[in-house]
Structure formats: C-alpha cells, structure tokens
Design a protein around this ligand. Structure first.
Ligand SMILES: Cc1ncc(COP(=O)(O)O)c(C=O)c1O
Length: 397
C-alpha cells in the first residue's frame, strides 16, 4: 500500500530555516519563522502563563477527558477577549465558542461546518494570504478563490478592488478576512474599510470568516478586535477563528477556538452541536493544558494585568522596529520608499523583492526570509536593524 505514495517536496520555509541553521556567519539574521522574538531572539513564555502553569501543576488532580467543546472557562475567556466582556453581542446569546487545537484547528473545523451547511460554498481568500489557509480550508473539499487585496504600489490594501470583488459574489459566499496583522502583508483594513466590508456583506448576503491570530500585536487588544466586533454587530452570521499561540505564547500547546455568530441563540446552539460532532470525528477533543492556562490568566486580575502589560510591550517593540527599519533604509536609499513598513501592522511585512534579490540577500548578506519576500519584523533587533537596512539598500533596485 505505502509503495504507491510519492514523496512530497519539502516545505520551502523549512529549507530556508535549515539553511539559516547551517550558516555560521555572525551577521546572519532569521526573518523567516513566524513566531514572536525578543531582542535576544528568544520566544519566551509570558510571565503570567508561567505563573499559571506553576499554580496548575500544584492544583491538578486529574487528567480525565474534557468534552468535545473543550474547556468552558477558556471558551468564555475567548468570547470576552474577542467581543469585550459585557458587550451586547455576548449578552444576546447569539455567539458561542468551541475550543479547537490552535487557530489552525479552528479554521479547519469552521470550514467543515460551512461544508456541512453548504457543499457548494466557495471561500474567498485574500491575494496574497497565509499559505496554510489554502489546505486548511480547501482540504474540506470547499472551493477556494482569491480576491484582490494587497496594493503592491503602496503596501496598503487595494480596498476598491477588494470591494468590487465582494460586490460581484452571490449570496452565501464566504469571505476569509484577517482580523488584524495580515499575514503575510501587514496591510490591515482601517475602521472605515471594515464598515465598507460590513456594508457589502450585508447587501450581498456574504458570510465573513474572520481569522484572528495576532490580537494585541497590531493596534492593541481592542483595536485588533474592531473588525470582528463590528461584523458581529452588523451581520446575522459569521465565523471567527481565534488563536492563543502568539498573544499567549502557547504555540505548541495548540490553543484556539472557533466562534459562531448566528441570528439567534437557538441557531448558534444548533451549530455548536454540529461543531462538536465534527471535533469528535476529527480528534475527539482538544488538548486542555494551554486552554486552562489562558482561563487562569484571564480570570485572575493580577495575571491578566501582567499579561496585557507584557503583550503591549511586544506590540510596541514591533512598532518601534518598524519605524527604525524605515528610517535606516531611508538614510541609505533616499531614492526608494519603504515607508509602508511603518504603516503596516503586526509581525509581518511583504517586501517587494524579486526571487533573485531574496537569494542574494540570503547568499551574500546572510539575511533569511520566506521565498515570497515576507519578513518577520519581530526577528529584527536594535543591534541588527542597521545591518538589515544596509543589506536591503545594497540589493533593492
Ligand atoms: C494568519 C494565521 N492564522 C492562523 C494561524 C494559526 O496559528 P495556530 O494554529 O498556531 O494557533 C496562524 C499562525 O501562524 C496565522 O498566521
């Protein structure tokens, strides 16, 4: 049986990372991997999570199964984080969350739910989008199409082209939107753009599927939830996939949730029964450890305060690095405009580089990034920002 299988090519990003590890040059810089990093290149566990973990270790008495919906206190925390504690939408009962194995798990079971609801549904993703969106959503059998998103001339969003695409869709089409910190471009929608998206979704009967993987790392916890909150207020239906990987530093603990908003609490409860069945059929139930840690941090005033302070310092570090990189490039190359980097949000920016320039940056300057020109801004430090700018200045035309 296994003889029939063909070997698949290696994920190109893994190849870049392997080349980085082999590079012994002291100037080498890893801007490839999509995890948050400190000045020293570490990806630490937030202090509040460490405290919660120590407390949990002392208090745990059982590892008995959780249900298919996961940890209810975590689900409540995710609802409050996404929509705001005491918000009207939470009080309405129109919204519920089901814990999933990371944001990836949430995207997948959300797409499975859509497929059960409508086998012919088409999911429209931004051009470009995070590469994993395509298999996560498309392996359900649903068709994936692309809508115009990045304006490569400005590094911003081509809002008119995106809205024109949405305007031409038929009722029930699904539009995948990045709630904040667009991956890979860093180009986010403004408040006015979200309003315009809500207008067209309302008019055309479109179903938004909002991917919130970086809440707190763009404009702040509330600002980054603006789009999801607005759509939930204005539209009858949407899905939200949330991840605790980046903002709670829980990557390998696989902690996330799928959130369903429907016109009524009855409809939402029905959708939750479907989601539970999907979860049972795929992995039975999600891992609890990360979810329990998030619930403990969220429920404890001092731990929550510590977490929000630490998250805010991560966010401002990224913002400062963006501004420094722009200034350092401008100093060396006043003829090129890379100011878009400072206008973008979150960990990523997509640099307008050719494949040949990306290779030259790697081979000559020891600068490693994804093959599409995506850089992880958190991989920059105050120490190497000048070197990175110098390398870019030497290569960009
Ligand atoms: C855009 C986007 N969505 C979702 C995720 C899901 O992350 P995880 O499954 O690790 O929670 C990521 C992680 O890189 C992401 O970049």
């Amino acid at each position: 049986m296994l003889e029939t299988l063909a070997r698949l090519p290696e994920d190109p990003l893994l190849g870049v990372m392997a080349a980085f590890r082999r590079d012994t040059d002291p100037r080498r810089v890893d801007l490839g991997v999509g995890v948050y990093k400190t000045e020293d290149g570490d990806t630490p566990i937030p202090a509040a999570i460490q405290t919660a973990e120590r407390e949990l270790l002392g208090a745990s008495t059982t590892k008995v199964y959780v249900g298919a919906a996961g940890n209810p206190r975590f689900n409540q925390a995710m609802l409050e984080l996404t929509f705001g504690a005491g918000s009207e939408i939470l009080a309405s009962g129109r919204v519920q969350a089901l814990q999933a194995p990371g944001g990836c798990g949430a995207l997948r079971i959300g797409a499975e739910l859509l497929r059960i609801a409508d086998r012919e549904a088409v999911i429209h993703v931004s051009d470009p989008t995070w590469a994993n969106h395509v298999p996560l959503l498309g392996n359900t059998g649903l068709r994936i199409e692309r809508y115009p998103y990045l304006d490569r001339a400005t590094g911003g969003v081509n809002v008119p082209a995106m809205l024109a695409h949405f305007e031409a869709l038929s009722r029930g089409a699904v539009v995948l939107l990045h709630g904040c910190c667009h991956n890979p471009t860093g180009a986010d929608l403004s408040a006015a753009d979200w309003e315009a998206v809500a207008d067209v979704c309302e008019r055309r009967g479109l179903v938004p599927f909002v991917d919130v993987a970086y809440q707190g790392l763009g404009g702040g916890l509330d600002a980054d939830a603006f789009g999801a909150r607005l759509l939930a207020r204005r539209l009858p239906e949407l899905l939200v996939a949330v991840s605790s990987s980046k903002n709670f530093g829980l990557y390998r603990e696989r902690t996330g949730a799928i959130v369903v908003v429907s016109p009524s609490s009855e409809r939402t409860a029905i959708a939750m029964t479907q989601l539970q069945r999907i979860a049972r059929g795929m992995y039975s139930m999600p891992p609890d450890h990360g979810a329990e840690l998030v619930a403990r941090v969220w429920e404890s005033a001092p731990l929550r305060a510590s977490w929000t302070t630490e998250l805010e310092s991560m966010r401002t570090r990224i913002e400062t690095l963006r501004a420094s990189l722009v200034a350092e490039i401008a100093q060396r190359r006043p003829d090129v405009d890379y100011s878009f980097i400072a206008r973008q949000r979150g960990m990523f920016s997509l640099l307008p580089l050719s494949a040949e320039e990306i290779t030259r940056l790697r081979d000559t300057h020891h600068l490693y990034m994804s093959g599409d020109g995506r850089i992880n801004v958190a991989g920059i430090s105050r120490r190497n920002v000048g070197y990175i700018a110098e390398s870019l200045a030497a290569v960009i035309r």
